[in-house]
Design a protein around this ligand. Structure first.
Ligand code: NAD
Ligand code: 0WE
Length: 257
């Protein structure tokens, strides 16, 4: 069950609350005996995280905005101090301005484009740059969360689709770059899940219904489904897998009609 993960160290970015995909991943890792280092984006998110820590065993946590190079650098310096290194990195962070997730894609502003790319795609490169030296000699493994809107047009996903395309391509370039250091880099492409990031997305409920009707498994996926797949990719069970996108979507992406 634990795939030899006991006492490994995971840096997990992106827990906002108990619905977060990163929370499902952290739970799955904790079950396997992994020690957790969590970020929170700002003080408000930190307070929200404080309420969850009981369930996760009061894990180590620190403020870190992924758009702040210095904050990321000092996050990993603190992880080195506390844990001596890191085995796993989980990137479960995305953001686009609300006004960009609707209307016509052709009206995407440069500001909106830059913001979505910075938070949702470039941040993976930044996190890997700072985490890789801490993974030396430890068979490091990195995962990022992505979505099908990167490759096919999903109405209103707009600038996030382009950011996810950049993220998925970055997974391949990072896998190539870091492979010689024994570090694997993969992505999990999750089906839609009602999280804080999904709240207020127009028509989300009907998206969930359509997926549940069309998907081979006739249901939506849960953060638990994603957590288990993420744990697999991070573990030595996936030792030969790097640069890949693994779909955890109840099969919906294979359907043509
Ligand atoms: P969520 O809102 O729970 O998580 C998003 C996280 O990003 C939050 O914890 C937020 O604090 C963090 N974040 C945003 N900007 C940040 C910044 N500048 N610095 C640090 N942290 C920042 O939502 P979620 O659905 O769990 O999203 C997690 C990941 O899963 C995202 O990459 C998302 O694109 C992806 N994803 C979500 C779904 C879905 O349907 N919910 C499907 C596929 C992929
Ligand atoms: O990646 C995501 C969520 C991305 C996201 C969502 C928001 C909403 C609130 C990024 N930034 C913001 N900013 C906000 O202000 N998903 C895969 C979930 C999602 O979001 C969509 C979807 C799906 C699916 C948005 C439009 C259409 C479909």
């Amino acid at each position: 069950m634990n795939g030899g993960m006991k006492d490994k160290v995971a840096a997990v970015f992106g827990i906002a609350n108990h619905r977060s995909i990163a929370y499902g991943i952290a739970q799955a890792l904790k079950e396997a005996g992994v020690r957790l280092a969590l970020n929170f984006q700002n003080e408000r998110m930190g307070k929200s995280l404080d309420k969850l820590t009981g369930d996760l065993g009061d894990p180590w946590r620190r403020e870190c905005d992924v758009t702040d190079e210095e904050a990321v650098q000092s996050f990993f310096a603190a992880v080195r101090e506390e844990f001596g290194g890191v085995d796993y990195l989980v990137h479960s962070v995305a953001f686009a301005k609300r006004e960009e997730l609707g209307g016509n894609f052709v009206d995407t502003s440069w500001d909106g484009y830059e913001m979505a790319q910075h938070v949702s795609a470039y941040s993976l490169i930044r996190l890997c740059r700072h985490a890789a030296p801490l993974m030396e000699g430890r068979d490091g493994s990195v995962i990022a969360l992505t979505y099908y809107g990167s490759e096919k047009v999903v109405p209103n996903y707009n600038v996030m689709g382009v950011a996810k395309a950049a993220l998925e391509s970055s997974v391949r370039y990072l896998a190539s770059d870091l492979g010689p250091k024994g570090i694997r880099v993969n992505a999990v492409s999750a089906g839609p899940i009602r999280t804080l990031s999904a709240s207020g997305v127009g028509g989300f409920t009907s998206m969930l219904d359509i997926v549940a009707e069309r998907a081979p498994l006739r249901r939506n996926v849960t953060t638990e489904d994603v957590g288990k797949a993420a744990r697999f990719l991070l573990s030595d069970q996936a030792s030969g897998i790097t640069g890949q996108i693994l779909y955890v979507d109840a099969g919906v992406s294979i359907m043509g009609m």
